[in-house]
Design a protein around this ligand. Structure first.
Ligand code: F3S
Length: 291
């Protein structure tokens, strides 16, 4: 069986950066992270073994302890509270999320009504809303946009992982709600690139395996995209692979969510490659996929 990895899969830049920062921090100081650093149980467990404890609120921190802010970012009140407690902050907010936070704050200061397109329960959106002040409104659908009144000035921005298509549809609707609409496209390409690569690969293979946390929204989205084209399995680790899945397959594809580390992808790739080995080397595999 031929096995191919999606061209873009696994950690995005922001998650990789956050993990690197966390690992460097724990080498020199005791550290906690506000919420799990990434949506991947295996990685969180490894970090715990290295001494990075997950906390749910600043009341669980101690002075002189390093507080790691994850890539999703947080509202400004968290920085203020940490400062009051004398907790040292290691800010691993993804620079793309920081940009959205800055734009939200600037728009609110200009007196614009800020609309954030995204999941209002997601920590990234909650953080951005915190920067935009109390008036900011989170919405996720065109219907919700339609229900908004008319404002003198509107500024709209997106959770970084939103789909470009749904962002544009909502922006189109918002044009009817203000004569002065400022659009900040804060969508990050990493998600779209991974989805595109997964879709392309799923169209070429008999079976797709998606590796990632079952509680990770972007992993589940990858699995549903792949399932549109081929039989798809979502797993968290290589141990979950079942030989039966591959019995009839001549080719298999592999992709991974943005919070899946390379070592897990490697393990899965290796195990899949051994499943139904017809001895094909990687050069002939690549040729087979150049049409
Ligand atoms: Fe940052 Fe984009 Fe990843 S916003 S955390 S690089 S998905």
């Amino acid at each position: 069986m031929k096995v191919k990895r999606a061209d873009k899969a696994g950690f995005c830049f922001g998650v990789k950066r956050a993990l690197d920062m966390a690992e460097r921090t724990v080498e020199i100081s005791s550290a906690v992270s506000l919420g799990p650093l990434i949506h991947n149980q295996q990685v969180v467990k490894r970090l715990e073994e290295r001494g990075i404890r997950v906390i749910n609120g600043l009341e669980e921190t101690k002075a002189a302890q390093a507080l790691i802010i994850r890539s999703h970012g947080v509202a400004p009140c968290v920085y203020l509270e940490a400062e009051k407690k004398g907790v040292k902050i290691v800010d691993a907010t993804c620079p793309f999320v920081q940009k959205a936070q800055r734009l939200a704050a600037e728009s609110a200061q200009k007196g614009q009504q800020v609309i954030v397109i995204g999941d209002k329960l997601h920590p990234e959106v909650q953080g951005i809303l915190g920067w935009a002040g109390e008036q900011a409104i989170p919405i996720q659908t065109v219907e919700e946009a339609r229900e908004l009144p008319v404002y003198s000035q509107l500024a709209v921005l997106a959770q970084t992982t939103q789909l470009a298509e749904s962002f544009s549809k909502i922006v189109e609707e918002l044009k009817h709600h203000s004569e002065h609409l400022t659009v900040h496209d804060t969508i990050c390409n990493a998600t779209a690139e991974r989805q595109k690569a997964a879709r392309e690969l799923a169209g070429l293979v008999d079976i797709m395996v998606v590796v990632g946390g079952r509680n990770s929204a972007n992993t589940r989205k990858l699995a549903s995209i792949c399932a549109e084209s081929t039989k798809t399995y979502l797993i968290e680790t290589a141990d979950e692979l079942e030989p039966d899945w591959f019995a009839e397959a001549k080719s298999a594809g592999l992709t991974a969510g943005a919070s899946t580390p390379d070592w897990i992808i490697e393990e899965v790739f290796k195990k899949m490659s051994e499943m139904n080995d017809d001895g094909m080397d990687m050069a002939s595999w690549d040729e087979g996929f150049q049409e």
